[in-house]
Design a protein around this ligand. Structure first.
Ligand code: HEC
Ligand code: HEC
Length: 201
């Protein structure tokens, strides 16, 4: 499955060798306004605000560009990126990518159900395993800008899945996540979100 997915992406030209050229030190000084919501080192304390620490640099840069252009609408961040240029966004991405994420704890019962979904998907619904794109440890795939998930707040994971399922978030290339989320029940989303919150790398 994994090889199939990567092969498809290569042929679609979604994987490229290009690296973002950000300066993490310069990035730090540009994140003062972000710290209130995402934490000084990218470990947000508020479950609805995503942790950015340790997230893939290419994925972060893609999101920053999408948020700035309005391709991904985040009301809380309205106007915040307007005065930042490409170099600023690259520096910010490099800064958060270099930090270490602090993981959370999972509800054991829900996480056991979530682990099944994460690792095996659900054949009866045609639901792909999350491991195929986000990796067996939830570390993501930097070359393809597939985000790391391990240790992320369960509330943010769950609300992201809901948004993808309703196409309220629609910045995923080739509808990759909308396709996945549309096949999940609310219970699936809750369970897999708990499992992800407790994953460590
Ligand atoms: C008022 C709170 C707030 C502030 C300030 C804020 N953000 Fe956000 N940010 C959010 C919320 C809420 C989301 C997630 C929205 C959603 O549910 O999709 C988010 C999402 C993001 C994401 C996407 C994360 C992911 O995993 O996809 C990035 C990157 C990001 N913010 C960077 C920044 C940067 C850089 C700054 C400062 C320039 C900043 N944010 C300031 C609230 C904030
Ligand atoms: C075919 C590949 C693929 C599969 C399979 C897949 N994902 Fe994703 N996922 C992606 C991509 C690509 C993105 C980033 C989209 C973007 O660029 O905004 C993403 C983003 C996400 C996000 C948002 C992360 C953030 O920080 O905002 C969550 C949550 C997520 N996926 C959960 C899952 C879960 C749970 C499963 C399994 C049920 C799964 N994904 C299966 C490709 C995939």
């Amino acid at each position: 499955m994994k090889n199939l997915v990567i092969g498809t992406l290569l042929s679609l030209g979604l994987i490229s060798g290009a690296q973002a050229a950000g300066d993490a030190t310069a990035g730090q000084s540009k994140t003062a306004v972000c710290a209130g919501c995402h934490g000084a080192d990218g470990n947000s304390m508020v479950p609805n605000f995503p942790k950015l620490a340790g997230q893939g640099e290419k994925y972060l840069l893609k999101q920053l560009n999408d948020i700035k252009s309005g391709n991904r609408v985040i009301v809380e961040m309205t106007g915040l990126l307007d005065n930042l240029n490409d170099q600023d966004l690259q520096d910010i991405a490099a800064y958060y990518a270099g930090k270490k994420i602090q993981g959370g704890q999972a509800d054991a019962e829900l996480a056991a159900v979530g682990e099944e979904i994460y690792r095996a998907g659900d054949e009866s619904k045609g639901l792909a395993a999350c491991t195929a794109c986000h990796g067996p440890t939830g570390a993501g795939l930097e070359s393809a800008a597939f985000p790391a998930l391990a240790g992320q707040h369960a509330a943010y994971i769950e609300s992201s899945l809901v948004k993808f399922s309703k196409s309220e978030r629609a910045n995923d290339p080739n509808q990759m996540m909308r396709g996945v989320a549309a096949k999940m029940s609310e219970a699936d989303m809750k369970a897999v979100a708990q499992y992800i919150q407790g994953l460590y790398n």
